[in-house]
Design a protein. Structure first.
Length: 182
């Protein structure tokens, strides 16, 4: 294979891999390292002021997925109580992105050839869910996590809940953070 053919094939492969990776849930977390999360066992939901509104069905699906994960961590949700150890809030944002698809470039016969290839772009919506945990006594945020993934408009409510459960499981996999020994 000529260097030019190799470069073309490698470039097509990298673009295809990047397009495949774009559909995986990406999570990021941050927290105050001095926070002792062992003191938090109860929480209540609060609303973020001026957050963009989301429909009530999606809001309920998101809260259920987060509630499941926090319950698995030993946290208990309390309704309307000022005695909660932590406040939990979430917000959602949607961003439109262009996704690149490369087709072709396959060989023929006994050797690899560059062949014709084409590039197409599609517009996808990327949803980002931000989950914040606040200490009501300190009146400060102690943990923040974000999960981003492509949104699929043609999906059933059951599949949507399954994807949310999986994404929130990934987001909260290392929650609560353990204090590191110094």
């Amino acid at each position: 294979m000529s260097p030019r053919s190799y470069a073309h094939a490698a470039g097509a492969l990298l673009l295809a891999l990047a397009a495949g990776l774009a559909s995986a849930t990406t999570v990021r977390t941050n927290f105050l390292p001095e926070t002792d999360f062992s003191g938090y066992r109860t929480y209540r939901w609060v609303v973020v002021e001026n957050a963009p509104p989301i429909d009530s069905i999606t809001n309920e699906q998101i809260k259920r997925a987060i509630d499941k994960q926090l319950a698995a961590k030993g946290w208990t949700k309390v309704e309307g109580s000022d005695d909660a150890d932590a406040y939990v809030a979430c917000q959602v944002a949607i961003e439109r992105r262009e996704e690149l698809h490369v087709y072709g470039g396959y060989g023929y016969g006994w050797r690899w050839g560059t062949g014709p290839s084409s590039v197409m772009t599609t517009t996808i919506d990327i949803g980002t869910l931000t989950l914040d945990i606040y200490d009501p006594k300190l009146k400060t945020m102690v943990w923040r996590g974000t999960a981003s993934d492509s949104l699929r408009s043609k999906t059933t409510p059951e599949k949507r809940e399954k994807r949310l459960d999986k994404a929130m499981g990934k987001l909260l996999a290392k929650f609560p953070p353990q204090k590191s020994a110094k």
